[in-house]
Design a protein around this ligand. Structure first.
Ligand SMILES: [Zn+2]
Length: 97
């Protein structure tokens, strides 16, 4: 389920389903804009993939909050952690009920 807002590091981010999250990148499926406190997710994708993209953008928000970056590997690391985090949360729903 895609919530209307999420809270990361005490900040509330608005989650928006849009045609093109990044007008400068046609392949972009999700984008977090810190200064606007918004997360833009491409609409019309599969349910699970949409959730995964949201978790990915939220993890960007967490690393931004913590001032963590893996430099050139940042996108790769964020994708890996988001994928395993999503899988673990989905497979252990009772954990967060
Ligand atoms: Zn990313």
């Amino acid at each position: 389920m895609i919530p209307e807002t999420v809270k990361i590091g005490g900040l509330i981010y608005k989650v928006e389903l849009v045609d093109m999250p990044d007008p400068e990148d046609a392949d972009c499926n999700g984008l977090i804009v810190y200064r606007d406190q918004s997360i833009k997710i491409r609409k019309g994708m599969g349910k699970d993939y949409t959730e995964l993209v949201l978790i990915h953008e939220m993890f960007h928000g967490i690393t931004e909050h913590l001032h963590i970056s893996w430099g050139d590997e940042n996108e790769h690391v964020v994708s890996q952690v988001a994928a395993v985090l999503y899988q673990t949360l989905k497979d252990n729903k009772k954990l967060i009920e």
